[in-house]
Design a protein around this ligand. Structure first.
Ligand SMILES: NC(=O)c1ccc[n+]([C@@H]2O[C@H](COP(=O)([O-])OP(=O)(O)OC[C@H]3O[C@@H](n4cnc5c(N)ncnc54)[C@H](O)[C@@H]3O)[C@@H](O)[C@H]2O)c1
Length: 258
């Protein structure tokens, strides 16, 4: 599964590679679960398994944060949560707008996981005048006519696009012109943005297509095994060794470059 950011070099200015940045949220999710269970320390192997990442890669990633753990003790869970949150910019509150409040936009608006990770849904915006003023997940939908004012008044730098693909570029252009510099795009289209604007694209159908590929491969291996070409267990072992269920690295989130 591909991952990445647009309009940014592969290594960030502070020397943390983009691939490491893409794994930090996975570590944070695993660490947060440990923290909620009041687990004080964790070994690199345990954390790597919980995050679905190779432990050598995890140690390398943490070395970029200046975090090496203590031999025989492991990593301090609370401190790592703080360190990674700080690195990801999550120690501050990020107001986010969602544009396009249909099936997907409404589901995103109601997702509690944003707030708990430092993202506050500041406004919901839709072009349908019939929706204006109607509450979705407790937030009144506002009309696109007011998009620029909403962005400015709320100091929004992150926009989520959940509109039909045909209008996504136009929505993106308006968001960027209004001051948004990071966009999470759910519409199945490639967005053009100026330098300095980051776009991440989420496409669940691509994830399903990748799984379909692996399903097809497994079915082919079983057929071959049935023909006596390769034992089924060996065939499955090859697929598992490739981390086939989680993409090429087995440890990157379900997001695509724009
Ligand atoms: N990335 C994914 O995995 C994924 C999953 C599901 C849907 N999608 C995509 O998300 C988008 C939304 O899907 P949906 O099922 O919620 O559609 P939907 O038709 O239910 O909702 C679209 C909403 O966008 C609004 N809209 C239309 N033009 C607009 C504009 N110019 N400005 C603001 N709002 C506008 C509509 O009024 C409507 O409320 C589609 O592009 C769909 O393909 C992506």
């Amino acid at each position: 599964m591909a991952t990445g950011r647009t309009h940014r070099p592969a290594t960030r200015s502070r020397g943390i590679p983009e691939a490491t940045v893409a794994r930090l949220p996975l570590y944070l999710r695993a660490l947060t679960a440990l923290s909620e269970r009041s687990v004080p320390t964790v070994s690199s192997e345990e954390l790597a398994a919980a995050a679905g990442v190779n432990s050598a890669k995890l140690r390398k990633d943490f070395s970029y944060l200046g975090s090496y753990g203590t031999r025989g003790v492991g990593y301090d869970v609370e401190y790592l949560v703080y360190q990674i949150s700080r690195e990801l910019g999550l120690t501050q509150d990020w107001p986010v707008v969602i544009v396009g409040i249909g099936n997907l936009g409404a589901a995103l608006a109601g997702y509690g996981g944003f707030a708990s990770r430092g993202f506050r849904v500041a406004a919901l915006i839709d072009a349908d005048p019939a929706m204006a003023g109607k509450p979705v997940a407790g937030i009144p939908v506002q009309h696109t006519d007011d998009l620029e004012k909403i962005i400015k008044d709320n100091g929004v730098s992150i926009g989520v696009i959940a509109t039909p693909a045909g209008v996504a570029q136009q929505v993106c252009d308006r968001l960027v012109a209004a001051g948004v510099t990071s966009i999470l795009n759910f519409a199945p289209t490639v967005l053009s943005v100026p330098d300095g604007v980051d776009v991440r694209k989420v496409d669940l159908s691509i994830e399903l297509q990748i799984l379909a590929f692996h399903e097809q491969r497994k079915a082919g291996e079983e057929t071959a095994a049935g023909d006596g070409a390769l034992p089924a267990a060996t065939a499955r072992g090859v697929a598992a060794g490739d981390s086939a269920d989680q993409g090429p690295d087995g440890d990157v989130p379900a997001v695509m470059p724009a």
